[in-house]
Design a protein around this ligand. Structure first.
Ligand code: GTA
Length: 317
């Protein structure tokens, strides 16, 4: 192995890093021990695994997903390069187990390393409960909780400071108040537009979620909506009518950002228990500048989410 001399703790596992459109795979899953399969999703053809690397006490979470077909990969697969093992032959009907060339057969692997117990919990299959949060609940339960405990948003600052993923930026408006960076979301491999997923991260710091949005932020929201749509149309030829553009409430990362997904893509978190369309958010604030400081909002929380325990302790769930 080329990296045999590198102490295990210092090895890089940055399978996600992309430069000039090429994915650099600086390491391997050699020495990976599976502790537990946290979740499996047959519909999304994904599996979530908790494990660790040999010689390290740190936890790791790996997400493996089969990616959608593209015209290019299909051309390669439907060729003599693919080995076929006949499974069924009945009249004019045949099914095969097909073994395409490795290049045609890539899967997306996401590594979170070192992973915190909150990451492990996040990716673990568990029961889901709907909670209705009043404005008072937000101030008394949710806000103190997110101030005390939340995922690190270092990855967000790395993007805003151009320390990471700078070459992936699709559009930037540098205005400190209304500006943002638009780039492909970690969940998208950028190979095909039918699962297009970009995220717009606002430059202004300190806005945690839609609960912080007031009339003052309308220029920011309208800017993200309009320039984000334009940039996606220009780069990917996907018109605004094919985009689902929304906030998550609750988000995982409390630095304001907007999800742009293709309408055909059943993105995790795009349901009514979590996604708030930006157009509706803008209109709600136009009607009442303090809408999100006054409204009750429902959302889903998982069994192991400590926020759910806080709501239960307060007799609210
Ligand atoms: N470009 O480093 C990053 C990065 N990180 C760390 C997160 N994101 C990043 N993007 C870039 N670089 O869409 C993206 C995330 C997400 C957004 C944050 O930023 O991919 P959010 O704050 O609302 O958090 O958005 P969210 O949506 O909960 O985060 P996440 O990680 O997407 O979790 C979604 C849930 O969907 C998980 O609990 C998981 O169980 C489930 N899920 C189902 N399929 C997948 C999948 N294929 N990959 C990840 N999660 C999946």
């Amino acid at each position: 192995r080329a990296d045999a001399a590198v102490p295990i703790k210092k090895r890089k596992h940055s399978l996600e890093e992309v430069s000039n459109g090429e994915t650099k795979s600086e390491d391997s899953f050699g020495g990976f021990n599976i502790c537990k399969v946290l979740n499996e999703n047959a519909k999304h053809k994904a599996i979530f695994v908790h494990g660790s690397f040999e010689g390290s006490t740190d936890d790791a979470v790996v997400i493996l997903e089969k990616t959608p077909f593209t015209e290019n990969t299909v051309k390669g697969i439907l060729s003599s390069d693919t080995d076929l093992k006949l499974a069924i032959h009945n009249d004019i009907y045949k099914t095969f187990e097909a073994f395409p060339k490795p290049q045609e057969n890539g899967i997306k692997a996401t590594l979170i390393y070192p992973a915190t117990s909150k990451h492990i919990s996040k990716y673990t299959e568990q029961d889901v409960y709907v909670v209705r949060e009043t404005a008072e609940d937000y101030r008394n339960i949710t806000l103190p909780y997110i101030q005390a405990e939340q995922f690190s948003i270092q990855w967000v600052y790395n993007i805003l400071d151009k320390k990471k993923e700078a070459e992936r930026i699709v559009f930037e408006d540098v205005d400190p108040e209304t500006g943002f960076i638009l780039l492909p979301d970690m969940k998208w491999d950028c190979k095909q537009v039918n699962d297009l997923y970009l995220v717009a991260i606002c430059h202004t710091r300190g806005l945690r979620s839609l609960r912080d949005l007031t009339r003052d932020h309308l220029p920011l929201l309208k800017n993200i909506l309009e320039k984000g749509q334009n940039a996606i149309k220009e780069k990917y030829q996907v018109p605004p009518s094919k985009l689902r553009i929304y906030f998550h409430y609750q988000p995982s990362y409390y630095h304001l950002h907007v999800h742009f997904t293709h309408i055909k893509f059943d993105a995790p978190g795009s349901g009514v228990d979590r996604a708030h369309l930006i157009q509706d958010v803008i209109q709600n604030i136009e009607i009442n500048g303090n809408f999100y400081q006054e409204a009750s909002i429902s959302f889903a929380l998982r069994e192991n989410d400590k926020l759910l325990s806080k709501f239960r302790e307060a007799g609210k769930a």
